[in-house]
Design a protein around this ligand. Structure first.
Ligand code: CA
Length: 221
């Protein structure tokens, strides 16, 4: 799942980046409202974490601009402000949730997962396709109840496919959700991860079918 962090406090941004990376997210960080709007309209983020105190614009204005431009991603606002009015205004302008600084790192991870689940229409933390299950909270995958050892990116590809079983997931969509801007993505990187997943899920698990010219589809098993 791909997450955008909008935060001008560099050390806090780096801390959040490390924290969210350990929870399996692909992250991009920007430090101004203008950059946030620029990337959020072009990349299909699964979640945007938005600080309200930004150097160039008020975070609430960034929020309104994103919604006006039809950015659909859930938005979690971060604010150091104690005023209840900011939280109310944020939610009423289209934010989905808020956290007040300072926050507990694990609470940020859990709220992020909850917002993403809700936005994808998959409220159960465990995704299941046939004999395969992926627990998005503990980042564990099991096939017929035996744990399958997956690397971070393999799990990210599988998570995206398991969220849309029986549907074609385009290469563009998979690439956008699995890799961030900083990843230098080789043209065949996705195929490499899919190849490894197929080996690990064979012969008892669901099948990852290649749909020529389009992408991949996970079929039960
Ligand atoms: Ca700030």
């Amino acid at each position: 799942m791909r997450v955008l962090i909008v935060e001008d406090d560099r050390s806090l941004a780096r801390g959040m980046e490390a924290l969210m990376a350990t929870a399996g997210f692909a992250l991009d960080c920007v430090s101004s409202g203008e950059e946030a709007i620029g990337v959020a309209v072009s990349e299909p983020y699964n979640l945007i974490i938005l600080d309200l105190g930004l150097p160039d614009m008020d975070g609430l204005e960034v929020l309104s601009a994103l919604r006006r431009r039809e950015v659909q991603a859930p938005i979690l606002i971060l604010t150091a402000r104690r005023a209840v009015n900011d939280r109310i205004e944020g939610l009423d302008r289209g934010a989905d949730d808020y956290l007040s600084k300072p926050f507990h790192p694990r609470e940020l991870q859990s709220r992020a997962r909850a917002l993403i689940r809700r936005a994808l229409g998959t409220p159960d933390p465990v995704l299941r396709v046939g004999s395969l299950s992926l627990d998005r909270s503990t980042r564990t995958v099991a096939l017929n109840e035996s744990v399958v050892d997956l690397r971070r990116r393999e799990m990210a590809v599988l998570e995206t496919l398991m969220g849309r079983p029986g549907k074609v997931v385009t290469r563009e969509c998979l690439t956008a959700e699995v890799f961030n801007f900083a990843d230098a993505v080789a043209p065949n990187a996705l195929d490499v991860y899919v190849g490894r997943l197929r080996r690990k899920l064979t012969p008892h698990g669901p099948t990852i079918r290649t749909v020529r010219g389009l992408g991949y589809m996970l079929e039960g098993g």
